[in-house]
Design a protein around this ligand. Structure first.
Ligand code: URA
Length: 193
């Protein structure tokens, strides 16, 4: 099996799809390589492309807030995307681009061996949980595959665009918090006064 370092190096040099020509930076992933919880987004946006790190733009600030609401933080989880290079003008990644890139995420998942996977939005849910996934109907539901508990919540960008998605997202986050308590209690940030 490849190491994290080998995998990251392969990604950094990847030209498997046309996004390799237009990217500024490969956005490999961030967080704790021993984490039990993997968050998967769709693909880098403008800020992520410039900084080489996932979820550092406006959606990322909301993701950080979401994590803090359930006693998590970036250092306790791992965050990656379906595609590692920015699709132009933030369009959805094409199936061909996802196909070219998904092997890297599979390898990251194999190295990480998470107990919980949280898909951020429709694109990740359709790729990871079920190709017919309906985010409006199925967000917050739990699926179990190969010993991994999986769920999807609205993408933070979708919540920013439509604050009416906030209450549902809060309920889903609380469900994730309960699942983390059940399956990976060590992932909690200790409460320090
Ligand atoms: N949206 C995503 O899906 N991923 C990022 O890294 C940033 C925004």
């Amino acid at each position: 099996m490849v190491t994290w370092e080998q995998l990251e190096d392969m990604c950094q040099h990847c030209q498997a799809c046309p996004l390799g020509e237009t990217r500024t930076n490969v956005v490999f992933g961030v967080g704790n390589r021993q984490a039990d919880i993997l968050f998967i987004g769709e693909g880098p946006g403008e800020q992520e492309d410039l900084q080489g790190e996932p979820f550092v733009g406006p959606a990322g600030h909301l993701l950080d807030l979401m994590l803090s609401l359930i006693d998590l933080e970036r250092s306790k989880v791992y965050i990656a995307n379906i595609v590692k290079c920015r699709p132009p003008k933030n369009r959805d990644p094409l199936n061909t681009e996802q196909d070219a890139c998904i092997g890297y995420l599979r390898a990251q998942t194999a190295l990480l061996r998470p107990k919980i996977i949280v898909c951020l939005g429709r694109i990740a849910a359709m790729r990871i949980i079920d190709k017919d996934f309906r985010i409006t109907k199925q967000h917050g539901q739990w699926f179990h595959r190969a010993g991994v508990a999986m769920t999807a919540i609205y993408h933070p960008s979708a919540v920013l665009r439509d604050p009416f998605k906030g209450p549902d997202t809060f309920v889903d986050l609380k469900s994730i918090q309960a699942k983390v308590r059940e399956l990976c209690p060590d992932s909690f940030t200790p409460l320090v006064y």
